[in-house]
Design a protein. Structure first.
Length: 320
């Protein structure tokens, strides 16, 4: 008998979903094992997956006062994407984009790869780890900006409190579940059940060790983090261990050209600029080491500790 999905009207969502899920490629077991099948997951989809499947909830203080506890606007700089923050009408990437390496050599495209760079990979992982461990906060690469209602600089942040969080992942496995069933459920929620058996086995062993050594809650957070760095979480492909060691890359040959570098130090306001460059000798006007020592008092650096810097033509002929 014939089964009809939808109501035969243009734009019907039931018909659309059925057409995608029942397509030959979607149902092919052979294609599932093809290393070129599937795609990379966009960073925003991975973050959304973590929020929804792990049952994120805003904490009561933020729900009752309606304070903003959403992902900050600056998240684009961390993961390369954000809802309603497309930089052009052509989305976040080009559909014909083909990254360098094996994919490009095989003439395959990976549009989502255009958003995947070293900074966005680290930003995504750091944000997800922070979300799992500390809740939605700005701590240790979290997705939000500094929160004046929480205060502080994460010095007392821990996995057991909500000192800096405006929301938490509330997923809790059933009490009757074994560790294997917990890992299977996490794999279903976070990877669509595609997490390979080798990874499941390793994560289960680490979960059991963490649970007996610390607590089931700590073990759950560890399992969530481990799945978040699995290949299946970052793509829609099936993965299999080859058993082969990763090829060693020959180190680049050193260059005989002269080397120069610019060192940029960002201390976020924690630098005592008056002790960076200090008058030492040959000063004119009120600028002198004695004047510096009088003004700075106990925090003044002794003259003998200053490394001399010759500065002809300046207020002082020598700074330190």
């Amino acid at each position: 008998s014939t089964i009809t999905y939808g109501n035969n009207e243009y734009g019907n969502l039931a018909a659309l979903v059925a057409a995608v899920l029942l397509d030959r490629e979607a149902r092919s077991l052979v294609l599932d094992l093809d290393s070129s099948k599937g795609s990379l997951r966009e960073p925003l989809l991975k973050v959304t997956n973590m929020f929804r499947s792990m049952e994120y909830e805003g904490l009561e203080f933020y729900r009752s006062t309606r304070l903003d506890h959403s992902i900050s606007e600056g998240v684009t700089n961390k993961i390369g994407q954000m809802a309603h923050d497309i930089k052009s009408v052509f989305s976040f990437f080009r559909r014909e984009y083909s990254p360098n390496g094996p994919l490009g050599e095989a003439k395959l495209t990976a549009p989502e790869g255009q958003r995947i760079t070293t900074p966005t990979v680290l930003g995504t992982i750091n944000g997800i780890f922070s979300l799992i461990k500390f809740g939605l906060s700005y701590c240790y690469g979290g997705f939000t900006s500094w929160n004046p209602h929480r205060g502080g600089w994460c010095g007392h942040a821990s996995e057991e409190n909500d000192n800096y969080a405006s929301g938490r992942l509330m997923y809790t496995p059933q009490d009757t579940y074994t560790s294997e069933e917990i890992i299977d459920e996490l794999a279903t929620l976070l990877t669509g059940g595609r997490l390979n058996s080798e990874s499941r086995k390793m994560i289960k062993e680490l979960y059991d060790a963490k649970s007996s050594g610390e607590s089931p809650e700590a073990a759950l957070r560890l399992a969530q983090q481990l799945i978040a760095v699995s290949p299946e979480f970052h793509s829609t492909s099936l993965m299999q261990f080859s058993g082969e060691a990763r090829k060693e890359v020959d180190p680049p040959l050193p260059s005989d050209r002269p080397y120069k570098s610019v060192v940029f130090i960002l201390l976020s306001g924690g630098i005592d600029s008056f002790n960076v460059i200090v008058p030492r000798n040959g000063c004119t006007g009120v600028t002198s080491y004695d004047h510096y020592q009088t003004v700075r008092g106990a925090v003044a650096i002794s003259k003998g500790s200053l490394l001399p810097i010759s500065t002809p033509g300046q207020t002082c002929s020598e700074f330190g």
